[in-house]
Write a protein that binds this ligand. Sequence first.
Ligand SMILES: [Fe+2]
Length: 181
Amino acid sequence: MASIVIRNTGERIEGQENVGEFLTNQGVLYEHWDVTKLPLALQGNCKIGEVEKQQILSVFKEEIESLGERNGYQNWDVVALSEETPNLEELLKKFEQVHVHTEDEVRAITAGHGIFVIKGSEGLGYFDVELEPGDVISVPVDTPHFFTLMEDKQVVAVRLFIDATGWVAHPIQDPQFETSK
Ligand SMILES: [Fe+2]
C-alpha cells in the first residue's frame, strides 16, 4: 500500500483511504491490483526476462484493459529494473530529474518498490509517493515529477500509454524543488 511524504513538512500519510483521498485531491489516479494473482515464482521477483513480462501482462489483462478503456491508454508493456540491469546507478541518476510529459505517466507496480516525486497543488510543494506491489498510479499530463527506486533498488512495473511520443521527458528547472530536497 502506498504512503505519502510531504517534503516541506515531513508529514506522512498512510492507509488506503487517506492516501487515496490525498492523491485524488491532487488529480493523481490511484488504484490497487491484487498481486497474489501472480504465479508464486513472479511474486517479488524483479530479475525477469521477456517470457515473464508477457506472463505479467496476461495475468493483469482485465485490469490493464479496464484502465485503458477509462483513460484512453492504448499500449502497454512491462519494465524490470534490478541489480541485473546494466548501468543501474547511472540510469537512476538520469531518472532523478524533474520533468513533464505530454501525456499521463502510468505505472502499476507488480514487484519491488518505487517512488514518484510529484509537484503538488499551489502551496503544498513536492510530495513523495512510496509505492509497493499492487499500487497503480497515474501522474497527470504536464505535472512536474520524477520516478526512482527505493532501498531495495528493484522494481517491476506495467507501463500504459497512449502514444510512445508522449513518453519523451521534458526536463524543467524548478526552484521550488531545489528547496524541498
Ligand atoms: Fe516521467
